[in-house]
Design a protein. Structure first.
Length: 688
């Protein structure tokens, strides 16, 4: 027994000494790596060597700019700096009504909501988290020690050859990650992953995070990076809602199918104000619900009534009355099965409706000497404010001064000053933009003790891009139903191709309406602004999402099968490919190109010589045929004449009692004749 114990003691002692030696070696390696002088940067640093400056404060934010259909790939945008990776968690909201009415601002998760979520998280580190910290410390020491033994060019060659496969962009989360930051609600969790984020070239660049196709519903996306958290909401729905209002409180809500545009009858509608339902109903057979928002008393009148009721009851009777910061917006919620839609109406939609009397109506205009400034420039601004009487005539306002404030893109006030008003209601001022000023949109607000006027300007800093991305197609107009090749190319401005760069590309589809003529801008080579930017900001439907790699010549060929034209669909479509190219230095540049998939080669147009005829008159119809480029072509055109009439729809018993009901009409079509026209070489023809 003594020999066994002595042997165990020797083994235990040797193990402890061995562990101490390893720990000492790792500590020395870590200290040596931190004390090592940083080598001079090379022209094109390796991807993994990119580090943020020591004074850069980590931050990030999430945002979405639209809702998505169930057949689309949902996505969100992330702004970040000094963050290498984020943990994403997607939760499905079970009760969208309770969720949105609980937010102070339905467009964002505010500080109050975030603090409420974060306050429920534990402050102390768990055992798994402490173990993981030790493992991370040991791994960092070994890695730094090995790096010191290898030359920079050797590490670069190794990483370019092997790092891509060993460093995936998206990885699953494990138990330790959940222990570090617990789930908000495990029952609502849909998916989670870790996203690796390469550094952005520009501070205010955005990166798109795809979420893939989702079932209809409301999803809360949580992003975590260290102690930082951010949230955004993604709505997936096939239900679309359009609302119209009048100044006297009438409200019309129209629900349609997102894909087909057909009315959605039977949708449950609820209008909420201050977390209380003010209107509810169901859309009719045409997908329409009409409602009336009852007029409320202005806050001033309520205070006066309160003073009359409490008169003689003592001075303390009104001490607990809270000041109203302003009317809450109206939330319109629509639900049909699992599809959900939301819209909000700010109080300005009903301006003049809730307040019976206004002390003074004021209109103003604020402008600057230029729209865009650079840091260290001086902004000169001027403004004019005038009062408007009941007849619409302008007159000087009664105030002698105006309070002017300027806010930067982060909402921080950088200017707040009382400026004098001239006899004509004008004022002016200036502010110097600092050298380290935040880039973006600045707001100027002139406050007259109630009425406000606003203006804006931009602060931007031009930075020349390193390379340019081009996306080309075989032509601008191509027949539907064939295979088309998009060519993605990237070239540095000094002439060399961007070889072996990573490419993410997205193909969008949107409707194209041909008018048969080419615009003056198109003849001059100017691309239509809507075509250029609509898909980038979320326009169109995404039909394909994939990745690729540029070859040694800096080119990538993307094959795309254009869907054939459907007999029931008489619309042409624009297909647009948007490419994001990331070079070896992790700099990302975008490029896009598009073409129109046509159902034929000819565009026909018919115009009458006037709009109104008497019985017995002859209607002269001019027929024009061109190709999609706008050049005239000869073609045989068939004409069909249809007579349209409208009849009143009978009212139901409920509609008879509704004083706000609008008479509905039903359209009837009856063919009355047809004809044929053959246009000449100039593409012109006529029919009487």
């Amino acid at each position: 027994m003594v020999q066994i114990n002595s042997r165990s003691h020797r083994i235990l002692t040797a193990s402890l000494i061995y562990l101490l030696v390893i720990a000492g070696a790792l500590t020395v390696a870590a200290m040596r790596s931190r004390a090592k002088v940083k080598p001079e940067p090379e022209p094109v640093p390796a991807a993994e060597e990119t580090v943020r400056p020591p004074d850069a404060k980590p931050f990030f934010s999430l945002s979405t700019n639209r809702t998505f259909g169930s057949t689309e790939n949902a996505r969100l945008w992330v702004d970040y700096q000094g963050v290498n990776q984020m943990d994403f968690r997607v939760y499905q909201v079970k009760d969208p009504r309770k969720f949105f009415t609980g937010l102070k601002d339905p467009h964002q998760m505010g500080k109050d909501e975030e603090e409420e979520v974060v306050s429920a998280l534990p402050k102390k580190k768990s055992f798994l988290e402490r173990v993981r910290a030790v493992k991370r410390w040991a791994h960092a020491g070994i890695k730094d020690f090995v790096r010191l033994q290898l030359r920079r060019d050797s590490r670069t060659a190794f990483n370019q050859k092997f790092r891509k496969e060993a460093d995936p962009i998206r990885t699953p989360l494990n138990v330790a990650d959940y222990a570090r930051v617990p789930l908000l609600n495990p029952d609502m969790l849909v998916t989670s992953w870790r996203e690796m984020l390469p550094p952005l070239e520009e501070e205010y660049d955005k990166r798109m995070i795809p979420l893939g196709k989702r079932d209809p519903g409301v999803y809360l996306v949580e992003a975590i990076a260290g102690d930082l958290r951010a949230y955004t909401v993604v709505v997936v729905t096939d239900l679309t809602m359009i609302d119209k209002t009048t100044r006297d409180g009438e409200l019309l809500i129209y629900t349609v199918d997102r894909k087909t545009g057909e009315p959605r009858p039977g949708a449950q509608i609820e209008v909420i104000k201050e977390k209380k339902t003010v209107v509810s109903g169901v859309t009719d057979g045409q997908g329409i619900l009409r409602a009336k928002i009852e007029k409320t008393k202005p806050p001033q009148a309520e205070e006066e009534e309160g003073e009359e009721e409490t008169e003689g009851e003592g001075a303390d009777a009104t001490e607990d009355v809270e000041e109203e910061s302003g009317p809450d917006p109206l939330l319109i919620l629509a639900r049909q099965s699992s599809n959900f839609a939301i819209s909000d109406l700010g109080s300005f939609y009903f301006s003049g409706f809730e307040e019976e009397e206004s002390t003074e109506q004021v209109k103003g205009f604020i402008y600057t000497d230029r729209p865009v400034y650079r840091p260290a420039h001086t902004v000169n601004f001027k403004g004019i404010v005038r009062a408007v009487d009941d007849n619409g005539a302008y007159r000087p306002i009664s105030e002698n001064s105006v309070n002017v404030s300027i806010e930067d893109p982060n909402g921080a006030a950088i200017f707040n000053k009382e400026l004098p008003l001239s006899s004509r209601g004008t004022f002016k001022g200036e502010i110097e933009i600092g050298e380290e000023a935040t880039l973006g949109h600045y707001n100027i607000v002139a406050d007259m003790g109630g009425p406000r006027s606003s203006g804006s300007f931009q602060v931007a800093e031009y930075k020349k891009p390193e390379y340019k991305v081009n996306v080309t197609t075989p032509g601008k107009y191509l027949p539907a139903g064939q295979k088309v090749n998009f060519n993605v190319s990237a070239k540095y401005f000094f002439g060399s191709p961007v070889a072996n760069a990573d490419v993410k590309y997205y193909i969008y589809r949107s409707h194209y309406y041909a008018w048969g003529y080419q615009s003056d801008d198109a003849e001059l080579g100017i691309e239509d602004e809507e075509d250029q930017y609509s898909d980038y900001y979320g326009g169109g439907d995404m039909v394909q999402e994939s990745e690729g790699k540029l070859d040694a010549r800096g080119q990538l060929n993307v094959e795309f099968d254009v869907p054939a034209a459907s007999e029931n669909d008489n619309t042409d479509y624009t297909y647009r490919l948007e490419a994001q190219v990331t070079d070896a230095a992790r700099r990302t540049m975008d490029g896009a190109g598009s073409f129109v998939a046509t159902r034929g080669n000819t565009v026909a147009r018919a115009d009458t010589d006037r709009y109104v005829y008497r019985k017995g008159d002859v209607a002269k119809i001019k027929v024009t045929t061109t190709n999609y480029e706008g050049h005239p072509v000869t073609a045989k055109v068939s004409l069909q004449f249809v007579k349209r009439t409208w009849s009143k729809k009978p009212k139901t018993a409920e509609e008879e009692l509704d004083e706000y009901y609008y008479q509905q009409y039903e359209m009837h079509e009856r063919p009355i004749g047809n004809g044929y026209v053959e246009t000449d070489a100039q593409g012109n023809g006529s029919f009487d």
